[in-house]
Design a protein around this ligand. Structure first.
Ligand code: PLP
Length: 359
């Protein structure tokens, strides 16, 4: 293929892949790869702590936060969050805005009491529910939401003020895609495989004050407090994934940090949404305009036959990953950080040309 619009795992920067390739067999001239040296070695620790520090700098995190590397994908966080924070006598509030937030809510229900605070179901998850009027109460352990619903292609462009109730957010599909003020959040998590590196590591950012309330009764391997105490070296970390995340973070710095990346992502998204909006109904963007994602552009063609032809031709032309999620059945262009403006331009030109020949 020539262009990678996959939703997850998504494209990685070419420069980063080249760098990793160059030292794959001999990390820092050691004659062994990063996967073959001890995670307790100075050489590995330097990569590990540098990656944590880069996350701090790129997000502008204060010392109130701890940065963790965890295993088990973002999905494990659907259970770990309630195991750690949903204490006896409290309820956890969930915002349901699509498949992933639904899963998070469902999993938490197996662990404790949950409350549905807002749902986007009525609009077919084409819109973020109103987050400004969540029915909060003093017995809430936390509020959980997803900043970007990867499948529906909707994104939060502002976040609610939850006051004393800790705000937990799954940023798997838009972390480091735009500048975000971390201070409203008590817990942020993200699987790496969209904007940060290969699958295998999940980034978690936790407010230190929350760590003290975590019960001793949960298994150590599932406790954020234990991971924080061991600086994410409690057991063998996913070393190669963390090494790749380190390289990607340095690449983000070179792109002008989240400011630079964010501006470029906006241009990429505008380019594609403009094609949909100016197609006279030939294409239809799925998300409501106010909630459109700058990471996952979801759309369909005006009839299924045309849509199938479009998918076939896209594949033939080397555009990878445009078929939407198996549950959704539409088209989706995932334009994560590593997807270039030029690649988005190639896709928009292709869509315009396809309409001309089939309209
Ligand atoms: N949360 C969001 C927003 C996602 O997009 C995904 C995967 O695409 C997940 C969670 C699940 O991630 P994982 O496969 O790492 O468990």
């Amino acid at each position: 293929y020539r262009y990678n619009f996959n939703a997850g795992p998504g494209a990685l920067p070419k420069e980063v892949l080249e760098e990793a390739q160059a030292e794959l067999q001999s990390f820092q001239g050691m004659g062994a790869s990063i996967m073959e040296i001890s995670h307790r070695s100075k050489a590995y620790e330097a990569i590990h702590f540098e990656a944590q520090q880069l996350i701090r700098e790129l997000m502008g995190l204060s010392q109130d936060y701890e940065v963790l590397f965890l295993h088990g994908g973002a999905s494990l966080q659907f259970s770990m969050v309630p195991l750690n924070f949903l204490t006896e006598g409290k309820a956890a509030g969930y915002v349901h805005c699509g498949t992933w937030s639904g899963k998070a809510w469902q999993e938490a229900g197996k662990i404790g009491e949950t409350r549905l605070l807002a749902s986007g179901m009525e609009t077919g998850f084409k819109q973020m529910p109103d987050l400004s009027r969540l029915p909060l109460s003093g017995d809430m352990a936390y509020v959980h939401l997803i900043s970007n619903e990867t499948i529906g292609g909707i994104q939060c462009h502002s976040f609610p003020d939850t006051g004393e109730v800790p705000l937990v957010v799954d940023m798997s599909s838009d972390i480091f895609s735009r500048p975000i003020d971390a201070t409203p959040f008590s817990f942020i998590y993200a699987g790496a495989q969209k904007n940060l590196g290969p699958a295998g590591v999940t980034i978690a950012i936790v407010r230190r004050s929350l760590l003290e309330c975590i019960p001793d009764t949960i298994p150590d391997i599932l406790s954020y407090r234990i991971h924080a105490k061991h600086r994410s070296l409690y057991n063998t970390p996913p070393v190669f994934s963390i090494y790749m995340v380190n390289l990607v973070l340095k690449w983000i710095v070179k792109q002008g940090g989240v400011q630079g990346i964010g501006a470029r992502n906006r241009q990429k998204a505008d380019l594609l949404y403009n094609v949909l909006d100016n197609s006279g109904g030939f294409y239809e963007g799925l998300a409501y305009k106010d909630n459109r994602s700058i990471m996952n552009v979801t759309f369909r063609a005006h009839n299924p036959e045309i849509e199938n032809r479009l998918l076939d031709e896209l594949e033939q032309e080397g555009f990878l990953g445009l078929k939407g999620h198996r549950d959704a059945g539409h088209l989706r262009a995932s334009i994560y950080n590593a997807v270039t403006y030029e690649q988005c331009k190639a896709l928009s030109d292709f869509l315009i040309g396809f309409q001309r020949s089939n309209g």
